[in-house]
Each structure stands twice: as structure tokens, then as C-alpha cells.
Ligand binder design. Sequence first.
Ligand code: GAL
Length: 852
Amino acid sequence: MMVIAAKMVRGKKVEIVSLLILVIVMAATAATVTYDHRALVIDGKRKILISGSIHYPRSTPEMWPDLIQKSKDGGLDVIETYVFWNGHEPEKNKYNFEGRYDLVKFVKLAAKAGLYVHLRIGPYACAEWNYGGFPVWLHFVPGIKFRTDNEPFKAEMQRFTAKIVDLMKQEKLYASQGGPIILSQIENEYGNIDSAYGAAGKSYMKWSASMALSLDTGVPWNMCQQGDAPDPIINTCNGFYCDQFTPNSNNKPKMWTENWSGWFLGFGEPTPYRPVEDLAFAVARFFQRGGTFQNYYMYHGGTNFERTSGGPLISTSYDYDAPIDEYGLLRQPKWGHLRDLHKAIKLCEDALIATDPEITSLGSNLEAAVYKTSSGSCAAFLANIGTQSDATVTFNGKSYRLPAWSVSILPDCKNVAFNTAKINSATESTAFARQSLKPDGGSSAELGSQWSHIKEPIGISEADALVKPGLLEQINTTADKSDFLWYSLRMDIKGDETFLDEGSKAVLHIQSIGQVVYAFINGKLAGSGNDRTNISLDIPINLVTGKNTIDLLSVTVGLANYGAFFDIIGAGITGPVSLNSAKTGSSMDLSSHQWTYQVGLKGEDTGLGSGDSSEWVSNSPLPTNQPLVWYKTTFDAPSGSEPVAIDFTGTGKGIAWVNGQSIGRYWPTSIARTDGCVGSCNYRGTYRNDKCLKNCGKPSQTLYHVPRSWIKPSGNTLVLLEEMGGDPTKISFATKHTGSNLCLKVSESHPAPVDTWTSDSKFSNRTSPAVLSLKCPVSTQVISSIRFASFGTPTGSCGSFSHGRCNSARSLSVVQKACVGSRSCKVEVSTRVFGEPCHGVVKSLAVEAVCA
Ligand code: GAL
């Protein structure tokens, strides 16, 4: 008895001690987050924070750890993400926090990597995401009006916002509980459009603010692009530049929640990109002018899987020209140059957080900002905002050369650690390698020879079709359960009608507000068209005496996600639809006839995307270039571990599934407009989303990401719903490889690599020479050869360097000696190493190396 009692007492003691330890650990990790005029303040200390957006459902949980690690290695402190309401609550009160929607896991992974999180709950997101992130069922809540002072809307918004906050609290994910979330956002850019909602918009905005505050997260809230965000909500800036932004109170820090690292792609559009020299310039200008929190939108853009892309016509790729590409590979030199920038900014942190900058003019378009502390730290930013010419400025008695549209960062107010226009990071090539895949079963046939198919019926095939007079708006009819809505009409034509004129055909006129229409007459495709919001078709057709069917298939490509009242823009064939006689000019309006409607396709209803059906036909010749055919094949995993893509060239438009998972809409026949592209984009001068475009006149997107984790070693199923007509045997697999070519040009006037800046040297007068450094991205690779090396005045850019008039004869041998056989190498860019090939000229070293 005594022994047992003693044990129990000891047990209790252990329990109490461990409880105490737990409390101490928790207290040690729980952080207070506040803010003041300068910065977010974490545990009493102001912070310079570099943040990047990664939207968790745009990649897979298997990709998250690597993306987060690459973000950390790139110098990020914070991961910013929206919360995607329609992903989490696809049906009212039915929640999904699994798989790509496992928000808790995502936030915990960021925490595990030592990063903070900015959670933009919204719950309106925008984000080129279907319906801006709103679940479409919300549209059908009686009496609802979105984003305004409307009780049904506010009730739903509050319920979801509270749900997310509660979930985060339960999992102890707020910094106030020891978690990584240091900031949450309510609404999104409402200030851009609130005037359209009048006085009700203002009261809704105020209500949103107080509703958010009432949820008591223990960390600050922000509203972006909301100049009148009420205290204590921080109003933040979104844009390509935010250096001119000032928050609406002197007690709030200057924060930038979306610095667009590129821009999104649309079907039918050329591909936008943003040069890193300009992006770095924008960031440096922001910190020069007092900013302390900056977020890249996007740092990894990823993929709009399934039907998640917004619209109209947002592409499946959401690559965004971000520092980490769609497939999770580093985009170089973008990622590397920004990493160097972040290091340079962090070298200035002590001075930056201590005080406001003192800004002085150094001449026209030339500006210095100095952060000087009482304890003797000093950091300076020198900017040349001119777009035309480089300039020499005198600062603190020393002379500095500033390239046009650039900022130099001087962490000690003396020496340049970084200049936004001088890149020390190599360009790494990435390339897709074609893979021909053998289906399982040991057959030697290649992918493509073993396709089976099912024909989707043209027109109404389901018993529960809807008959209504007049033309129905599409989203109200489909509730976005599918991209597809059939509008079908049967009509009897008597032999004497004008629409049967011999020789001159009848013309079917169709008006639709988007985004794609196919017109079938008596089961045959007669014409089609597509447009963002206005399709106007005049299709010559053949009608027959007696019964005719007109089946119009209207297809949405992502629901609108931006603008005042975007939720009620609608889609589909809103009319008029009419028959016109080319010969007599007479016209018959069909708009108010009895139309039969079918939401979605039969194959969608029977779940053909999964591949399991007994109806697949494999023993007949494969029908190709016919509309509305489902195709299926099997394939083995592409070899290696690199990311996988399918090249859909040869097909028309549709949706694809791999092992039952939708990889999104494919549309390789959507061709980018031919105008607006520039051969090479001048980074100098104000960037706009249409300033730097490539790929004009080519398909907007041919390659579609298939996450590795969705593919098994063998026996994978690929299903295509081909709506337009194409040849699936033409599609191919590819894997994306990184880095067999490295390429870099560094001038004598480049700052030494920022890595070589140590705190020891911080206050000494440094005269470190420029260094060209190369490193093979894959750890098992070494530099196997040098394709090009020239110290002198080499011309051209990566891939097309050539020798200039001045060239050191030693160039190649010096670089070969330093680099070949090693994974990485450093070569000093100076006459000390290369000799003097030409006096009185600033020389550069250009190198192209091959890793193997
Ligand atoms: C912003 C919006 C983001 C995204 C971005 C463009 O206006 O807040 O969600 O849509 O534009 O990519």
C-alpha cells in the first residue's frame, strides 16, 4: 500500500513538472506581435520582413517542404497566402481541409522551417482564382449581395472567417500562441472598388474591420489597398512599386503586401515577365523610402488545377514569372539576385529599424536615403531613378557610379554591398526533355497507340434536362457544377421556309457573354467561337425539311474574380439567338423559344475522369479531330524524379485527369495575340503588366504540370475530355530539368558578392574586387566545360555571347583552370588575374559553362 501511494505521489510530481516545462516552453515561444510607425514589432523588436506568396492549393503537400525551404534559402522571413473559401467549403457546411487544402499542415510546415506566416483570410481573395475564392453556393443564398452591407453576406463571411480563425487558434498557430502567424488580412483591395457600392460599401468595410478585430487573434490585421482602413487595422499597399505609399496613420508601418513579381497568364494572351533588375529596384526603393515589410506576389505561383482558375480565361499555369517557377524549380538569376538583395537589406536592418530615413537629392533623379542611429550604425540607399543614363554621384565625399534605374545599398554608408542592376547570380537554363512512355504490361508500344475512347452525346442526353422558355444565364443555371451547359432547340421546318434556300444558307446568329460556344446543327459541329465576355457568331448552316436540332454548348473558362459586382457578371448565351436568311434578309428570333437545358456532360456525371467505366472502346480505329470525345490511355512514370508535364500539342481544348485527379483545363489551340511582344525588354523605366511580353502568336500554354506525387511507377491512367477535336496520340510527356548551362557576365564595377560581406569588414573601408562565381545547381554535377569566356568587352547575352574588340588572351584558360572539374568556382574579375587587355575601359568577364 505504502509503495503504491509513494508511486502515485511521484507520478503526480512528474506530471506537474512536465506541465511546468510545457508552460515555460510555450511562454518562451509565444510571441507578442504589435506594430508602430516603423515596423511590425515582434517580442518588442522591430523587424525587417521579407515575405513571399505561395498559395497552398496551387501545389501539392509533397511539394510544400521544398518550396518552403527554397523560400527560406532565398531569404524570406514570411510566407503569405490567401485562404481559399471555395476549396475549404465546396458545399455549405461541408468542409475540406485535406490534401492540397490542408491549411494547417501548410502553416505548420512554414513554422517548422522557421518562417512566419501572413494569413490573408479575406475571405474574398481575387487571386485569379475561380469566383475570387467565393463558393458559388454563396450566390444562391436568398437575398445575398456580395461585399456590401448585406446581412446574409455578412453572416456567411463572418461564419467562415471565424471558422478559419478558430481552426488556427485550436492548432495554436497564431504567434500569440507560439505559432507562426504574425498577421491576418481581412477583405482584399476593397478600396479599389468600394465607391461602386456607395455608402453601403463604406459601412461594410467598417463592419469587416470590427468583425475581424472581434475574433481576437492576438496579432494585427491588415487591409490592402484600403486607404481608410480603420484603426488599428494596418492599410497596406499592392502594386509594382510602393515606395511612394504612406499608411493612413503615423502609428502604422509602411507595408507592401503584393509586389507583383511578374504577372498572370491568360488563354489567348502572350506570356508576361518582369525583369529582376526592375523587381529588385522596386524592392530597394521601398526600403530606401521607409518600408519594412515587403511581399512578393507570387514567390511561387504554381498551377490552377481542376477548375480553380479564375476568369474569364485565366490559364492553368499560374507561373507568374515568380522566383520559383511553376514546377518548383528556381528561376535564375531571378531567385539568386533577390536572395542577394535580401542579404544586403538585412545587413542594414539595425539602422533601418532604428529610425526614419533622411532623404536628400543628389541631383536630378538622384536620391540618397540615410538611416543613422545614435549608436553609430549607418545604412544608405543611393538611387538613380533616371531611365536613360548612368550617373556618378558624390555621397559623403566618395564617388559612386549609379546605373540608370538602379539602387545601390551601402550597409555601412560607405561601401556598396549590392546594386539592383548588377547581377552576380548566374542564369541557369531549364529545359523540358521529351519522354516517350511505354504503357504497363511490358508492351513496347509507345504512349498513344493504346488509346480507348467514349463519345460524348451531342445535345441533351440526360433525363433530368430542364425545359424553359428563353435563354438562361449560365452560372445561375449550372451553379458552376460544370464548365458546360447545353442549350438545345428542336424545330420543325416546313419545305417552303426561307431558311431552306437552295444555294444560300441560313445563318445562325449567336450572342454569348462567354467564354466558348460550339454550335451543332443536327448533331454536326457547324461553328464555334470564344471570347472573354462577348461572343458574336454568324454561322452559315444547313437545315433540312422536317425536324432539326440546334444544340449550343456553352463553356465557361474560369469565373470572374475581380471588379465591383464581378459575382453577377454571369456567363453563357444570353442572346439574341436568331436564324437569318442570307437571301431574303428575313430573320427569326429564337431567343424566347422553349429551350432544353442540360448542366454538364454525361461523361462528367458518370465520372469518366476516373477512368473506370466499362464503356471505353479500344478495338475500333480511334476517332480523332472530332468534338466531344473522351480519351483514355495508360502510362508508366517518366524516369527520374524531375517534375513532369504533358505537352498537349495536337489536341484542341478540354480537361485532363491523371489517376482521377484533374490537372486542369488544357487549351493548346488558344493562340496568344500577335502584338505587344518585345524582343528584349528594357528593365529601365516604370513596369506595367503589358510591358514585357513574350510568346506572341504562339499557343499561350502547351505544357501542363502533373505533380510527381500523382503518378505511380506504372499503370497510370490519363483521361482527356476533348471538347473541340484533336488527336490525343500526338501528346507527349516531358520532364523539366534544371541547370546544364550556367551563364553570367560580371563587370569590374560589380559589387563583390554580398556573401563576402561579413560583419567584421562592415566598418572597414572595403575595396573587394568583383568576383564571378558559378555553382552547378545539382549536387552531383561538376562544371565539365567552359563554352565561352572573355575578359574584356564581350557582347551579347546568355546563349549568344561573343568576343568584343577587347579580350584577354588568358580568358578561357583562367576560367577553365578555376572551374572545370568542380561543382563551384570563383574567379576574380580584374586585370590582376587576366592581365590588361585594354586600358581605360571598364571590362567584364562573361562565362558560359556546362554542368554534367
Ligand atoms: C491584385 C489582387 C490579387 C491578384 C493580383 C493580380 O489586385 O489583390 O489577388 O489578383 O491583383 O495577380
